[in-house]
Design a protein around this ligand. Sequence first.
Ligand code: GLA
Length: 380
Amino acid sequence: MKEKIQEKFRTLFGQDGELFASAGRINLIGEHTDYNGGYVFPGAIDKGIIAEIKLNGSDKVKAYSIDYDEYVEFGLGEEDKPSQGWASYIFGVCRETLKRGGKVEGFDTVFAGDVPLGAGLSSSAALESTFAYALNYLFANGIDKFELAKIGQSTEHNYCGVKCGIMDQFASIFGQQGKLIRLNCKTLEYKYFPFNPEGYKLVLIDSCVKHELASSAYNKRRASCENAAAAIRKNHPEVEFLSDAKRVWLDEVRDEIPEEDFLRAEYVIGEVQRVLDVCDALERGDYETVGEMMYQTHFGLSRLYEVSCEELDFLNKLARKCDVTGSRVMGGGFGGCTINLVKDELYDGFIAAAKEQFEARFGHALKVYDVVISDGARKL
Ligand code: GLA
């Protein structure tokens, strides 16, 4: 990938730039908790984005995406937003850096990635983090790492229409090889946990389906949670985010909020606790409990939060049948991957059964990615 980028950069711009990279992410547990002020437990993976960049002394960004085989030029003013989806991420990062008082001037760039698109591995956060990190480096802006993650998140909010939490960009910026990171999304305290489950493999099964309207459904989930939190807050003013609420406090407002909002909140409150339980279990080396919590999360995401789909529920059930230790839909949902914790000796049988039965049922193949926990944003 690197060589291809360098060759294209030379052809287009006649010189060499500097190389930067960032990564997609997995999340062991803690889904849809980030924008509720709860815990998440992600890590960066060995699939990401690489970009070559060189300042060009103009006020224009000249960008070429190898994967889309498309060249775009845009200015740095608010009115200059490019129409291409991929370019609006880079544009958003420039704008959000400028809004924070950082310096950004014209640059040339060529980039490519190997994060499967639509798989829920956050290729967009990888792209944002690569450029947030690179611009900070190249213009010596001195913006701290959390703010770099927030630059990516604000790009999603203000230029891409997704009211996402901080998890993906956080993982993509802070990721370290072999470590998962538990982040408290309210206080922003975080802790690295070495993750090397001896005797087990962590594997993603990509259903290769991506449902339309995922971002509006995502924003709707967020609104439900905020509504439930607002109702609880009337009785318990200390509730800033839904994650601050006790389960019994939610019961108190059951009749005051739509049933749908109640179910969403019920899931979130349970999920926040599950992250802590999983961290404890990990420290004891108790992978059976980790796995059981993953199944509980899947149940919640499917029945209460309603972000699963037929294909993912099928894969989850199949995992149970194959005695897989833990399995659940990962990321925002509405398609994408399940994440599975499986004993070494059961791995081959599970993958073979999943491939065969999934294709027989849905008429198309799935994809399998072994998880390798890797470094996040960096200069190469
Ligand atoms: C998407 C969002 C994240 C997070 C997850 C669900 O990946 O970008 O902020 O909310 O969904 O956990």
